[in-house]
Write a protein that binds this ligand. Structure first.
Ligand SMILES: NC(=O)C1=CN([C@@H]2O[C@H](COP(=O)(O)OP(=O)(O)OC[C@H]3O[C@@H](n4cnc5c(N)ncnc54)[C@H](O)[C@@H]3O)[C@@H](O)[C@H]2O)C=CC1
Ligand SMILES: N[C@@H](CC=O)C(=O)O
Ligand code: NA
Length: 446
């Protein structure tokens, strides 16, 4: 059957029980870019195995694209392509959305869910913005909504959090969930390169979003942090509740200083539950080189999960790229198809508790502060006084001479409230012995 076939009635979840052989599920693919093309390849190439594993014949009925004449890296039958996404959706039992962006992806997903068709997407921006509403729409219509590819690409992380750990209490999720920024920071760490020199290479390798600002400003990781926090804590955490800071301000000097002190700088997505409530944040942070996340190189991702009964768990793998991300999409397709073949949908998430979000000013963290100072008697005492006045305790301090006769101080604090730490930095910047605050980074992992 092709994209031109006539529309079917609403999908029936119980049709597999008719006794007429394996259920035939019509699959519509929206988008044929980096990930979509790989999903189409797998659907066609592995059709027999997918049928055996899912209990349903997965028939790719069409691929919605902007231009049917565009040449693509993967050879696919020309008759599958259509520019009429709406008609394609109206014929499908399962819709795979791999367009990206909020619109029309959101409109198409709603259209599919309203018909009772199940949806698989890798669109973290959309799920972070509208996931709760789309989940409710799926439930209302007896459809399934899955998005394993949206967080950490190929790494199975959402289903482990939502299913495997459903009987535990997750306390913290600490992840490297953006391949582009990890690639950049890793290259800066291993070659001493500047930020701008490495970004173009990450874009060429196909890891970066269409607008790489989403990667380097932390928005992509913040969307993933919102999804992780929502699933881990069974609540709804919106993207705008995630404190977000990217890596554009990280200098080659920061990376070299961190390295000299035994740290590596990583962009971390952190979702945490404390007695005060939940917090979700994305920012660059120093990790000791012995931390398991410190060894995550290149565009790889890893997610470290702390749960009350399970203890510490680590998930590692390819967080981006066409085939790896398609693997996660196909896992969802088979899971959805199995449930359709077995007779009914199950929700991925349970949003049972309202979120009490801790204001970012009250999170508990450690700072690593770089100061350029004039090296004169009493300077260290004045700096130490500022810390004492703000109730912030210093764990370690290191001083080195700069070429111009001034000194460079690196100060590591003990844990303290974000607000106290940031006002300490402000007060330090106002001291006349401090020429400039050269860097302020948080330290995570212990
Ligand atoms: N590339 C990656 O490594 C990963 C991507 N994702 C997500 O997967 C989704 C797809 O990503 P990519 O394949 O990398 O993007 P892409 O930009 O390579 O492909 C998207 C395709 O959709 C097409 N498209 C966009 N709007 C359309 C419309 N209205 N009608 C028809 N076609 C339209 C574009 O022309 C393009 O060919 C995004 O949501 C992305 O965030 C998730 C994890 C990893
Ligand atoms: N741009 C993203 C792609 C995967 O989500 C990344 O770099 O990780
Ligand atoms: Na994943």
């Amino acid at each position: 059957m092709s994209a031109k076939d006539s529309p079917s009635d609403k999908p029936s979840p119980n049709a597999a029980r008719s006794g007429a052989g394996p259920r035939r599920l019509k699959v519509a693919l929206l988008g044929c870019g980096t990930v979509g093309a790989q999903v189409a390849r797998i659907l066609l190439q592995d059709a027999a195995e997918l049928a055996a594993r899912s209990g349903a014949q997965l028939e790719l009925i069409g691929i919605a694209v902007r231009n049917t004449a565009t040449r693509r890296d993967v050879q696919l039958p020309a008759e599958l392509f259509t520019t009429d996404a709406a008609s394609l959706i109206d014929q499908a039992d399962v819709v795979i959305e791999l367009l990206g962006g909020l619109d029309p992806a959101g409109t198409y997903i709603q259209r599919a869910l309203r018909r009772g068709a199940s949806v698989i997407t890798g669109n973290k921006a959309l799920i972070a913005a509208e996931g709760a509403g789309l989940g409710a729409l799926a439930a209302e219509n007896g459809a399934q909504l899955r998005y394993e590819a949206a967080v950490a690409g190929a790494i199975p992380i959402l289903r482990p959090i939502a299913d495997s750990l459903a009987g535990d209490h997750i306390t913290k999720v600490l992840g490297i969930v953006n391949g582009t920024t990890n690639f950049i920071l890793d290259a800066m760490d291993s070659t001493g390169a500047a930020f701008g020199d490495v970004l173009a290479e990450a874009q060429q390798l196909g890891y970066a979003e269409a607008d790489p600002t989403a990667d380097v400003e932390g928005h992509d990781a913040a969307a993933k942090a919102a999804i992780l926090a929502s699933l881990a804590f069974h609540t709804e955490v919106a993207m705008d509740q995630v404190h977000c800071q990217g890596i554009t301000q990280i200098t080659a000097q920061d990376v070299a200083d961190a390295k000299a002190s035994g740290y590596v700088i990583k962009l971390l997505a952190i979702a945490e539950r404390t007695a005060a409530g939940i917090s979700a944040r994305v920012h660059p942070a120093l990790l000791e080189r012995s931390h398991p996340l410190a060894s995550v190189r290149g565009a790889f991702n890893a997610v470290f999960v702390e749960a009350e009964n399970a203890g510490d768990l680590m998930f590692y793998g390819a967080g981006a790229g066409g085939a790896p991300t398609a693997s996660a999409v196909m896992g969802d397709v088979v899971s959805v198809a199995r449930r359709l073949a077995a007779g009914g949908p199950l929700p991925l998430s349970s949003h049972t508790s309202p979120a009490t979000l801790v204001d970012f000013a009250h999170i508990d963290t450690r700072y690593w502060i770089g100061l350029s100072v004039s090296d004169q008697p009493g300077m260290l005492a004045r700096i130490a006084t500022v810390f004492a006045e703000h109730g912030v305790s210093i764990e370690a301090m290191n001083q080195s001479a700069a070429d111009d006769g001034s000194a460079h101080l690196r100060i590591l604090t003990h844990r303290g409230a974000e607000a106290a730490l940031s006002s300490t930095v402000q007060a330090l910047g106002a001291l006349d012995t401090v020429a400039s605050v050269t860097s302020v980074l948080r330290v995570e992992g212990n």
